[in-house]
Design a protein around this ligand. Structure first.
Ligand SMILES: [Zn+2]
Length: 322
């Protein structure tokens, strides 16, 4: 299986109305093919002649260092993308630096009528993998990571093909052991029904991506979705911190498995373009300190909520007294 290291450049509306289906129109597709021996085999650079936003946003123009005349040399997205997918071959997985590229690619594909990518779509978010490996708390830029690996900056950054090439060099430097098991499910084309639901377990982490629900109330009524279990052996646990809301879209939980110890959980509510809801649940082993931190977070949120309610009641009382 080959790895297709992908990077895109896109443009957005400038002085015109944005199209909600495609807020970002792809103008460059850059990719580097890395084979199973971890060698760079080929490169792909495609220039797209934009249709939706022919005028470059000033920030994009500045970053790319060219103007609209240069883009006129490009071909329509439909043909560049089809050419690109043909170049990718039969068996491959995408590698990107960060999350948004695959979403924008699929949005543009859908809009321009290119056949959908296979589902479920597994890919490697190298930025996140690198961050986890180095224990970074914030996302690291491509330039910074390339510099840390001592990769010479002899190609200008912020051109799709060059950024793909830097990402491929970082991929090579990290090696298969650090990368291959650490894939991510792309959720642009999220699971629609039970059969399509996604579950995975790697190391001390368990991830579950649910089917679609009509609304949040129906999600929290579902027993399997809400189940708090050990990420390793899936045993339901007695001692636990029940789900509590950090904000309207993120919930946390915790527990202790008799055989594997403490773990923490996170549930993210995601909305689809059609207004449905699905969740991404992650359960991961932690230690006593991590478990205690969860408990403290739950407690401080409870106090904050109680005080907010008290204030609210006082304001209401004032209102009715006047
Ligand atoms: Zn267990």
């Amino acid at each position: 299986m080959n790895l297709i290291v992908l990077d895109l450049e896109w443009n957005q509306a400038s002085g015109t109305r944005s199209n909600p289906l495609v807020p970002f129109e792809i103008i460059e597709i850059g990719a580097v093919k890395v084979n199973s021996d971890w060698e760079i085999e080929d490169e792909f650079a495609g220039l797209v002649k934009p249709l939706l936003y022919p005028r470059l946003h000033f920030k994009v123009r500045e970053m790319l260092g060219y103007n609209e005349n240069y883009l006129k040399k490009g071909k329509p997205f439909y043909s560049v993308c089809r050419e690109f997918l043909k170049w990718c071959g039969e068996s491959y997985r995408f590698v990107t630096w960060g999350e948004p590229d695959l979403e924008q690619l699929q949005r543009n594909m859908e809009y321009y009528g290119v056949k959908k990518l296979p589902k479920p779509l597994l890919y490697y978010n190298l930025q996140a993998i690198y961050g986890r490996a180095c224990g970074l708390s914030a996302a690291c830029s491509l330039e910074e990571a390339a510099e840390r690996f001592g990769i010479p900056a002899d190609r200008p950054f912020h051109r799709a093909i060059n950024d793909a090439w830097y990402t491929a060099r970082i991929l090579q430097a990290m090696g298969p052991e650090q990368v291959l098991d650490d894939y991510t499910f792309d959720t642009y084309n999220n699971p629609k029904n039970r059969e399509e639901e996604l579950r995975r377990q790697t190391g001390d982490l368990y991830q579950y991506i649910s089917r679609e629900f009509s609304d949040k109330r129906n999600v929290v009524r579902d027993k399997e979705v809400m189940a708090i279990h050990c990420p390793l052996c899936r045993a339901r646990v007695g001692k636990k911190i029940k789900w509590f809301a950090n904000n309207h879209s993120v919930y946390y939980c915790g527990g202790k498995c008799r055989s594997h110890g403490y773990f923490g959980g996170k549930m993210k509510f995601k909305s689809t373009l059609s207004g449905k809801v699905y969740i991404i649940k992650t359960l991961k082993l932690t230690d006593e300190t991590g478990f205690r931190a969860l408990k403290e977070r739950q407690e401080s949120l409870r106090i904050r909520r109680r005080e907010r309610n008290k204030r609210q009641k006082m304001l209401e009382k004032k209102g009715s007294d006047n």
